[in-house]
Design a protein around this ligand. Sequence first.
Ligand code: KG4
Ligand code: ZN
Length: 340
Amino acid sequence: MKDTHLSLSQKRSNNIFILGIETSCDETSIGIVKNNQLLVNLIASQEKIHTCFGGIVPELASRAHLEKIIPIFNTATKTAGILPEQIDAIGVTNTPGLKGSLMVGVAFANGLGYSLKKPVYNVNHLSAHLAACYFDSSIQFPALGLVISGGHTSLFLLHSHTDMKLIGKTRDDACGEVFDKVGRMMNLPFPGGAYIEKLAQKGNEKRIKFPKAYIKDSLDFSFSGIKTAVYYYISKHGAENPADIAASFQKTMTDSILAKINDAIDLYPVKNFLFGGGVIRNSYMRNRITGHLARRNVRAIIPEPSLCADNGGKIAIFTRYLILSGAKPSPYRISVVPTQ
Ligand code: KG4
Ligand code: ZN
């Protein structure tokens, strides 16, 4: 193990191919980077499998990962134009996520690494969401980073690409979870986030005033109040004006996130603010956040939409920075830390 690590450090100045594997939830994905360049990023979404259940069914998720992972690996190496032996290192999400789903990716990564004699690095899924920004090589540290996904709303202070300190999180529902729950209240397919955004385009965001959640003297978030307010609105008025409900809800969520972004910049006056997670695919949010930060002289770094949600490309680029920071690979042990 030590030898593979050493040879990789020595190779720093040359071309390094890194494979990133992501199976923590309902996307089976493999990405390959050559240094800082993304060669391929294949994502097999399980949305069709889970949508009729209105949520992710863990057993079905791990079975689908098992079926997809080898074909995706074969296609990824072919598309990147490399042989498996040319892979220098492998990164894999081993926390947080669904236990069975994580196991599939981690077992595959370790089997592959062991047989190819290449090092395997365990990657934290949340850190990797922000690493989707690392294809931009002009990031200035310290920076702030916000992950808004289906499972997390987590605010980080970054001292380097790999040194991240959690400084705020949601005290109740995650941002994407609220989008999905409101989507369910409005009878939209699961996951509801993208459907709400589409509906909101035709709506009047000023029509309904939902209360904005705000926790004082803390960088923590809270969204359950907004969710409950939408629930009461629909219970009382029905969903006869769905576009206005969607637009007003989306605006309130964005206002509430912007309020915390302001607090974070007041406390940590950084020049760069990184974003990641499925919710930041939302173009209304992207535009408002970018504009707001620009007025505060902070650059918003938001990955292109395909890199925001769960994908292997962000695992691969984060692994690159782990290696550059001198991190040690894992000793070919299948070890996962699922979401509790
Ligand atoms: O990062 P991600 O793919 O998976 C997790 O790690 O959770 O995020 C999935 C979440 C879902 O809650 C989904 O509804 C939300 O991202 N999402 C959106 C949009 N696209 C995906 N939320 C709001 N607007 C969108 N356009
Ligand atoms: Zn995610």
